[in-house]
Design a protein around this ligand. Structure first.
Ligand SMILES: C[S@@+](CC[C@H](N)C(=O)[O-])C[C@H]1O[C@@H](n2cnc3c(N)ncnc32)[C@H](O)[C@@H]1O
Length: 351
């Protein structure tokens, strides 16, 4: 669980020269080794008014260190939402004074952590990808959250739904497409069981999808009703991501967030077997996804750079009518997953 609500302590809104973030452990030791650098890059993009985030060690423990003029509520919220934040301290000489981070998750994070399966996207990385993508929205996610509005996020290759359940944690609605029917069934089973076990008010159902009288697949829909708040929804179609626009009809999304097939365990499915590179699939899918994105919306994609170079992917974004974000601050996320996967992420906006 994330830290509890701020107690209105001494440091809220007070001037603090340096702030230290203790990072949460990651179950994956390869990812854990790279989490400080990745999280520093994430906080620099997502935390208002913070650019310089450094790695530091105090008494043998690693922290991220950042200078802030004040620990305002929006800043503390952004730090709490960061994918690997565990605790926050204000540094006073040799002493660290704890600063309570506000509780920002809308539901328990075991929704995301319980499922374990081959091909699952790392949970911390998924949170990072969602955060970094939403930071590129032209309308501030925080302002829209404050007005009670839910953002809509599409993962058009959603697997068993790590992105979608991560969206629920952050208070967004998640929508998906996945061509592996068994993956969608496993997600539906987990979500339905979790909602029942937590005794939350909800609906969850799977239905057949028909077009012109013919069954073409399934659709899973879940709605979670939280007291005094807009409901949270998840909706997923089974089907090919290149048909995402016809499956979702006129519906458009604030953001598209997806972890592309790595060409190792999960190849890209293009009809001619499994491809090692996602290039052929992305060339066809990106224009479809771009059409599903609202103006001012953002698309964030992670992929294996062994199968597709960054500059080639950015060129594909441009061809699809999207504006890639290519400053140095967007190019600090490449990291090793294993000997055959070097993962990176790229973000583009629909102007
Ligand atoms: C890296 S996995 C995503 C895993 C997901 N984030 C999770 O944690 O479960 C990529 C997914 O893309 C799906 N996929 C590959 N080609 C597809 C296509 N043409 N249409 C829809 N889904 C596809 C695969 O079945 C796989 O589930």
């Amino acid at each position: 669980m994330r830290p509890g609500p701020a107690s209105g302590g001494t440091w809220k809104n007070a001037r603090v020269p340096t702030c230290l973030i203790l990072l949460a452990p990651s179950a994956n030791h390869v990812y854990a080794g790279q989490a400080p650098a990745l999280s520093a890059a994430e906080i620099a993009l997502t935390c208002p008014g913070v650019q310089d985030v450094r790695q530091t060690t105090v008494a043998g423990i690693d922290y991220l260190e950042l200078d802030v003029d004040e620990l305002s509520e929006p800043r503390l919220e952004a730090l709490s939402r960061a994918s690997a934040s565990l605790a926050c301290f204000a540094r006073e000489g040799d002493l660290l004074r704890p600063v309570a981070l506000p509780a920002t998750d809308l539901v328990d994070d075991d929704l995301v952590t319980i499922p374990k399966y081959q091909g699952k996207t790392n949970e911390q990385f998924t949170r990072l990808l969602v955060n970094v993508t939403l930071s590129a929205l032209r309308s501030s996610p925080a302002a829209r959250r404050d007005s009670g509005e839910r953002l809509s996020v599409l993962d058009p290759m959603c697997g068993r739904g790590t992105t979608l359940t991560t969206c629920w944690l952050a208070g967004h609605n998640g929508f998906g497409v996945e061509d592996d029917t068994r993956a969608v069934e496993a997600m539906a089973a987990h979500l339905s069981t979790w909602l029942r076990r937590k005794r939350l008010k909800h609906t969850a159902r799977t239905s057949k999808v028909r077009r012109e009288g013919r069954a073409i697949g399934q659709r899973f829909d879940a709605e979670l009703r939280l007291p005094g708040a807009e409901p949270l929804t998840i909706g997923v179609f089974t089907g090919d991501t290149r048909d995402s626009a016809s499956l979702w009809g006129r519906r458009t999304f604030d953001a598209i967030v997806t972890d592309a097939p790595y060409g190792v365990v999960h190849g890209s499915h293009t009809g001619s077997g499994k491809d090692r590179s996602p290039a052929a699939l992305l060339a066809e899918a990106l224009p479809v996804w771009a059409g599903q994105l609202r103006r001012g919306g953002a698309l964030g994609l992670s992929w294996n750079t062994h199968g597709l170079a960054r500059e080639d992917l950015l060129a594909m974004f441009v061809k699809a009518g999207l504006e890639p974000l290519d400053g140095a601050e967007w190019s600090r996320f490449s990291h090793r997953v294993d000997s055959s996967i070097q993962r990176d992420l790229a973000v583009a906006v629909k102007a």
